[in-house]
Write a protein that binds this ligand. Structure first.
Ligand code: NAD
Length: 317
């Protein structure tokens, strides 16, 4: 049983690859090691997996429709998990066309290749909590209206959900979309707040806190998210969409304090104005994923940050 994981050298993807190999699946990792953050970081993410039997890497840009089609025809995967994307929210404001190409066109290329396969593979893809836009009320439910994205990144993820609907409708492709909520943990993306803040706290430099520290994020441990993805692959049928969050939003100020405690160093704070494209809160209702997937995130913020710190301080090649 071969599973293709796009973006498999990234933060969430590399954890998923490890998990699928543990489960006895053959994995084809697709990644182009794009320059958003250093290739060496992604190679380190994937090094252990590539040393295991059943795992191979194909360097391919998801925008290359012919390359994607050929790989899917040659591999005949049982499942495709499409995680490759431009993932930063703020940088999407400066590069909306790039985000549209990689995220939307890239997703369409995989949907199209999958829809041409007989038998049809299962198709699981990453969406994002950002599709819910800037809202005060919560928790966010999958049935809520999602037509007010506040960044090109969020709009690109919503566009993927709409494309998934069209491909399921036209071809009967079984598709599950997963709205991830602020993943964190070992192999954390270097541009994410937890990584940036850890660097500054370690160096004794002030953490730049945008807004008043009252913005809230539903930080979700990467191992919990990956467990949800594995469950979604096993149960992929029809057209589904699930929140994969923690359902316990934490204020930015509290996250910084918890991270500082995990690092065992004080956090100095410098205030800066709120950033365009940022939302006030993310807050997942995970009852649908709990009911239909058996999803049950169990890692507390402190536990998850302790594991992040253990990885952060470990020697990395
Ligand atoms: N990390 C989060 O908190 C979070 C939250 C919501 C949604 N997501 C989504 O989850 C997925 C994984 O995110 P992540 O945090 O692991 O990001 P990541 O940047 O670590 O991983 C993405 C991977 O995709 C690859 N990639 C980028 N452009 C590519 C292209 N054109 N062709 C082939 N590969 C390409 C990158 O090299 C990278 O390895 C993304 O779709 C992201 O939008 C992440």
């Amino acid at each position: 049983m071969t599973t293709i994981v796009t973006g498999g050298a990234g933060f969430i993807g590399s954890h998923l690859v490890d998990r699928l190999l543990d489960d006895g699946r053959e994995v084809v990792v697709v990644d182009d090691f794009d320059a958003y953050y250093p290739r060496a970081v992604k190679e380190a993410n994937l090094a252990a997996a590539l040393a295991r039997p059943g795992c191979r890497l194909v360097e391919l840009d998801v925008r290359d429709a012919a390359g994607v089609g050929a790989l899917v025809r040659e591999t005949r995967p049982e499942a495709i998990v499409h995680l490759a994307a431009r993932a930063g929210v703020r940088p999407s404001i400066a590069a909306p066309a790039l985000y549209t190409e990689v995220n939307v066109l890239g997703t369409v290329n995989w949907l199209e290749a999958a829809a041409r396969l007989d038998p049809l593979p299962r198709f699981v893809y990453a969406s994002s909590s950002s599709v819910y836009g800037d809202r005060d009320e919560g928790p966010f439910r999958e049935s809520d209206p999602v037509d007010r994205p506040v960044s090109p990144y969020a709009a690109s993820k919503r566009a993927c959900e709409l494309m998934a609907h069209a491909f399921h409708h036209l071809h009967g492709l079984p598709i599950t979309g997963l709205r991830f909520f602020t993943a964190y943990g070992p192999r954390n993306r270097p541009d994410l707040a937890v990584s940036l803040f850890a660097d500054r706290i370690e160096r004794g430099e002030p953490v730049v806190m945008f807004g008043d520290g009252g913005t809230r994020r539903d930080y979700t441990y990467v191992g919990d998210i990956v467990d949800g993805v594995a469950r979604a692959i096993d149960r992929c049928e029809g057209l589904k969409l699930y929140n994969l969050g923690n359902s316990r939003p934490v204020e930015l100020r509290e996250m910084i304090e918890t991270l500082a405690a995990a690092l065992g160093k004080p956090a100095l704070i410098r205030l800066a104005p709120e950033q365009p494209g940022d939302v006030r809160q993310t807050f997942a209702d995970v009852s649908l994923a709990a009911r239909e997937l058996g999803y049950a995130p169990s890692t507390s913020l402190r536990e998850g940050l302790d594991r992040f710190v253990a990885w952060y301080r470990s020697p990395r090649s």
